[in-house]
Design a protein around this ligand. Structure first.
Ligand code: PMP
Length: 353
């Protein structure tokens, strides 16, 4: 660190992303990426003409992409914001709405406390129940901004639409952010509620169910006043926040619904099969509605399992944090990758006996 950095910024704790090994020799089940490639229309779109157009700035209003998202989600284009990954949308939301403090779970997406710290916001951390479910009573009438990942990460557990509505309804004077990064793998979306609740911001991403993690495109859907706020922040920090190639890729991805739906179906089937098989090996596995499983085994620590799998060429995610040290989070890959994972888990568990 240099001696010139602003003293407060110099003390921030950084978010630690999952490993991204560059040699690509692992079966990579550690950062919840999609195991199948982007839709064929995405590759067709990224042609020479698109490359040549890179000399021009991208559309700072993301008009075409917003229109396509609006059609897809049955909202109007001025109710859609596009961000550089949903991380950017979340960052802007914390910045804009967190002044009275931000409330989120003790076990949830690890970037929330980092954003809160970045913007110097007070936080209220609400412990999940023993079974890792969210008690919505913790979020009713809370007089501060609320952020809920649905399904939650890394547990994969989801709230019902009624539960989300109760939270949004009881906090009319503060923004409620529902982070739907994993919603397409089995949970109900809160987007239809944005029509009735001006304080609801739903955040989505192209990184998981649309196979575009490397393109960095996310979005926010909510009342147009909220969207105007997010644009205000974007236009005072980085107006061309989405690059041309990513915008083109995302436009095609929104249109390719049936391709993604069939891939998502395969992911869900692999998830259920893998869950049953892991339980058969004695693992405790949550009922995940996301594209990952959260699992622990009485005979081995989470860290030891992570390391043993890594030695066998399989990367999963371990969080060295209270309450969840015993667990690993396993992204759902192809069926073949899940079979390799199960074979490795079986060998590791048996060796420990
Ligand atoms: N929300 C949750 C719950 C996540 O797990 C992630 C992925 N790490 C994100 C948001 C951010 O994803 P992205 O910035 O790639 O859209």
């Amino acid at each position: 660190m240099s001696r010139w950095i602003n003293a407060r910024l110099g003390q921030l704790e950084e978010y630690v992303p999952g490993e991204q090994p560059q040699d690509m020799q692992y079966i990579k089940l550690n950062t919840n990426e999609f195991p199948y490639p982007p839709a064929p229309a995405v590759a067709e779109r990224l042609d020479k003409a698109e490359i040549n157009a890179l000399r021009l700035y991208s559309d700072p209003t993301c008009r075409v992409l917003r229109e396509k998202l609006a059609t897809r989600y049955d909202v109007s284009p001025d109710e859609v914001f596009v961000g550089n990954g949903s991380d950017e949308v979340l960052n802007f939301a914390f910045w804009a709405y967190g002044t009275d403090g931000v409330r989120f779970a003790d076990i949830t997406y690890g970037f929330y406390p980092v954003f809160a710290d970045l913007h110097d916001l007070p936080v209220s951390i609400m412990p999940l129940r023993e079974d890792f479910s969210i008690d919505i009573n913790d979020y009713l009438n809370c007089r501060q901004m609320t952020v809920i990942a649905n399904p939650n990460a890394p547990t994969g557990l989801a709230l019902s639409l009624d539960e989300m509505e109760a939270v949004v309804r009881s906090n009319p004077d503060h923004v409620v952010v529902i982070d739907e990064a994993y919603v397409d793998f089995g949970a109900q979306s809160a987007i239809p509620l944005t029509r009735r609740y001006p304080n609801l911001l739903v955040v989505g991403t192209f990184s998981k169910s649309r196979a575009l993690a490397g393109a960095r495109v996310g979005f926010g859907i909510g009342n147009k006043e909220l969207i105007r706020d997010l644009n205000r922040i974007k236009n005072t920090t980085n107006p061309y926040n989405i690059n041309r190639l990513s915008m083109a890729a995302a436009e095609e991805a929104v249109q390719s619904r049936s391709y993604y739906e069939s891939c998502i179906e395969k992911v869900k089937q692999s998830r259920e099969k893998t869950k049953q098989a892991l339980r058969g090996l004695g693992f405790l596995v949550t009922d995940s509605q996301a594209n990952f499983l959260f699992a622990s085994h009485p005979k081995i620590s989470g860290k030891a399992l992570y390391e043993a799998l890594k030695q066998r060429g399989i990367l999963v995610r371990h969080f060295d944090r209270e309450r969840i040290r015993a667990y690993v989070r396993i992204t759902i890959g192809t069926q073949e990758q899940m079979e390799a994972l199960l074979t490795a888990c079986q060998a590791i568990i048996n060796k420990g006996e």
